[in-house]
Design a protein around this ligand. Structure first.
Ligand code: PLP
Length: 454
């Protein structure tokens, strides 16, 4: 594939011509991106033949693991049979069967599936659906979105507008008038001596207060990841999801559950909203695990009750939201194959079975003094550094994330560093022995970083 191009030349072309996502602009042509050549199961191999465990599972997405030849065959067959057709004027059997399958797997009356190109466009579609519905209902002012600090919802204009991670907004413009942010819901950040129950009350009150301040007739949607993954695997306190949904229902505010990471197995269920947190939202967005990253695809799943309210008095109005690659038949085949593999190999059951071992190895890291908090659920985990001053966050200058990244990389483990944290979401097919292999490397790396930070 590289046509004999030398690694040095590839590196030069990469530096000079490829703008990578989330690039550090001050040094974008000096950054060294790791050239990965092949992969199998939970492992990646670089150009020098060095093997790595993929701790973050790509970007929280490679759920069935790498190197599935049956997936490759299904994709190839569809490429030969029908690589593309217009989603506007035609339909295909893969997209139709997938829509029906997702409707069957999704909770409650979430029966209507709009296919997108990934997570950001699924979030955009969810928010535009809210706009469309409220315009159809003659409520043009009910459009403000309540989102949360540290939430991540994507990189398009609208999705980045509702993203609550400051770092992701540097020098970009967003539509500030469209959004309000609730403060951090992380129980780890609660004041000393406060119980988790009281923290939950306080977080629910934050939402109520904001609705009262802005006015329920101005608020169209609340958007929330069940677990704030990119923000550092933040798990809201127990009861929070149900109570916030009740408040939204009371004020006719759409609840959008952003399951781009959590859907398709990460917590051992197809969708986390209902099975893990007991809620049936109005809209669910998903992507990533839908195809296990083999091809790009997202979906915005809309409830029957929202759909019913989208048809206003104007009979001929278009739902003019779409992408050339909406419902792409090859991507839909990848999703169908992915779901088939998960069903046949009982990957959800496996995830639930392996979770206690993964979580107990994660929590055993508390023996390291540099560790402040360990949190996780399913096959999601986060290590947060212990702050030098209690009640604060470990200062960015201490570079825990970068140091851990380097120490793990040396040992053949990829992690996803986040300033003073590192997060994990390995492929769901990871075995118990491989979990051990991963944590042996991590513990060794933590020893080194502990000495460096002393
Ligand atoms: N929503 C959540 C919760 C995400 O974690 C992400 C990506 O990490 C997105 C949306 C955006 O998805 P994509 O990068 O596929 O556009």
């Amino acid at each position: 594939m590289t046509n004999g191009t030398s690694p040095d030349l590839l590196n030069e072309w990469d530096r000079n011509h490829q703008i990578h996502p989330w690039a550090a602009m001050d040094a974008w042509q000096e950054s060294d991106y790791h050239p990965i050549e092949s992969a199998e199961g939970i492992y990646l191999w670089d150009a020098d033949g060095k093997r790595y465990i993929d701790g973050p599972g790509g970007m929280w997405c490679v759920n069935i693991g790498y190197g599935r030849k049956d997936m490759a065959a299904a994709i190839a067959e569809q490429v030969i049979r029908l690589p593309y057709t217009s989603p506007w004027t035609t339909t295909t059997d893969p997209s139709t069967i997938l829509a029906k399958k997702i409707a069957d797997l999704a909770p409650g009356d979430l029966n209507n599936v709009f296919f997108t190109t990934g997570g950001s466009t699924a979030v955009d579609t969810a928010l535009r659906t809210m706009h469309f519905m409220n315009n159809a209902l003659g409520r043009p002012d009910k459009k403000i979105v309540i989102a949360r600090e540290k939430g991540y919802h994507g990189s398009t204009y609208l999705a980045s507008t509702v993203t609550g991670k400051e770092r992701d907004k540097s020098r970009f413009d967003v539509e500030k008038r469209l959004v309000r942010f609730l403060p951090d819901v992380n129980p780890y950040k609660r004041p000393d001596g406060m119980s988790v129950e009281d923290w939950c009350d306080a977080k629910v009150a934050d939402l109520e207060d904001m609705i009262a301040e802005v006015g329920p007739d101005k608020i169209g949607a609340f958007i929330a990841e069940p677990i704030l993954c990119s923000g550092g695997v933040i798990i809201p306190p127990e009861g929070y999801h149900k109570r916030t949904l009740e408040i939204c229902r009371k004020h006719d505010i759409l609840y959008i559950s952003d399951e781009v990471v959590t859907a398709f197995g990460r917590l051992g269920h197809w969708f986390a909203s209902e099975d893990v947190f007991g809620i049936v939202p109005d809209i669910i967005t998903c992507a990533k695990g839908l195809t296990s990253g083999y091809l790009p695809l997202g979906a915005c799943i809309i409830s029957d009750s929202v759909m019913e309210r989208m048809t206003g008095p104007d009979e001929n109005v278009l739902f003019s939201n779409g992408y050339t690659y909406s419902a792409h038949p090859v991507c839909c085949v990848a999703a169908l194959k992915n779901i088939e593999i998960m069903e046949e190999e009982r990957i959800l059951e496996h995830t639930r079975a392996i979770t206690p071992h993964f979580q107990s190895r994660l929590h055993a890291l508390e023996k390291f003094p540099i560790v402040g908090d360990l949190r996780g659920m399913g096959l999601l985990g986060c290590i947060e550094g212990r702050p030098d001053t209690p009640g604060t966050s470990l200062a960015a200058e201490r570079k825990l994330g970068a140091l851990l990244d380097e120490a793990c990389d040396k040992r053949g483990l990829l992690v996803r560093p986040l300033i003073n944290m590192a997060v994990f979401s390995p492929p769901l097919i990871i075995t118990e022995a491989q979990v051990d292999e991963m944590f042996v490397l991590l513990e060794d790396a933590l020893e080194e970083v502990t000495a460096q930070m002393a």
